[in-house]
Write a protein that binds this ligand. Sequence first.
Ligand SMILES: [Zn+2]
Length: 464
Amino acid sequence: MAPQPSLLTLAERQVTETLERRRGDIVDLAATLVGFDTTASRTGADGGEVPALQALLAARMQSAGFEVELFVPEPDDLPASRMLAAGHDMTGRPQLIARRPGTGDGRSLLLNGHVDVVEVGRREAWSSDPFRARLSAGRLYGRGACDMKGGVAAMVLAAEVLAELGVPLRGDLSLNTVTDEESTGAGSLACVARGLHADGCLIPEPTSGHVWLGSRGVLLPTVEVDGRAGHTGLARGDELDGPGVGAIERILPILEAMRGLREQWWAQRGPSETPGWIVPTHISAGEWIVTFPDSCSVQLHVTYGIGQADADGWGTAVEREVEARVRAAALADPWLAAHPPRVHWSTDVPSGTISADEPIVRTALGAAASLEHHTGITSQTTWIDAVTFSRSGTPAIGFGPGDLANAHTVDESIDVSELVRAAQALAVCAMRFCGVAGERSPRPRPRSERTEGVAQPAGLLAAP
Ligand SMILES: [Zn+2]
């Protein structure tokens, strides 16, 4: 449905109508961004195509009149954190901060998005080149189209149009594009360490236009089990009496225990809470096809719910719970009792959430309501950089185009109309949150602020 003119100010209408006319430019930018291979695991020491992408965005923001800063964080620039391994290396991956100073007396707003993407997987499964965006039946296809180069294009166009139309925002408007979101969250962490902060932050991750108040935490342990190398041709009734013991089969009780813990977490979840979840994501064992594998290690992606986190958001209690479950499984197994598994912990990405009463939340819900977008709050879902900003004093939410179900998939895609709607919502949020100089009368109040309509916390939606 078209925006309801009566719910938008004249200036807001001018901005949203301009963005509607700029639909082609939004799609072009999203397609251009998809064209850069910024796969998180393959950027290497030269940053792969990250520097070129960031330089392109920096140039655009500069020509829109923003003050621009591009910097590559040194290991010493990063704070000591459970989120990062010591000496985390970001060589070759510049972070972009662009700022348009306000006229004064307004709240500052930050728009943040990540430009790294995940592996494409098997290329032959894709209908077309994942790094050459394809437009078909109103959808844009390509790696990152949904998560979240589409959202980045929407926020860039929103910022550009506000600047081009000379909308005199009272508060500063900053735009920040980062890397390392798909791995550790180091990009936004580095920007915060550099001093980036604001009165509110919007991150157009694929939230289907809903508001994410925060996210669950993530732990990435590896569990290692020993076997015993030996010739597989020497059969024994009981393998444990034989010359070799295969570690692949010996790790099965551990996998079973992790599945049990996952199911327990799910069964014990509270109302409207997304609980923790454990998924074995990588397994490694074996040297030769006629040799018992003498070790087997499995990597686990452990997500923990906000209710499972320590008081300060970290996952140390969850670490202890996982270790206890591994120990219990080992004690119940003759081989593992004599050969205890080892659990190695790496990074801990903390959970966190903000109150639905934060002004940035009210602004996002109000703007969406004025634009007649279907919206609501989901509070606990996948990790996004919002937690880093919220923990550092900048209340941040996820609020963007596309469905998370289309992220990280083969033939990843996004609805072009959602890109335009997101750009409009972000621009209206900026005008309302930062304020517009010279605007005298209070803007019309959207329904969400008059009644308990769709945008109220009461309308909490189930998290994906
Ligand atoms: Zn993302």
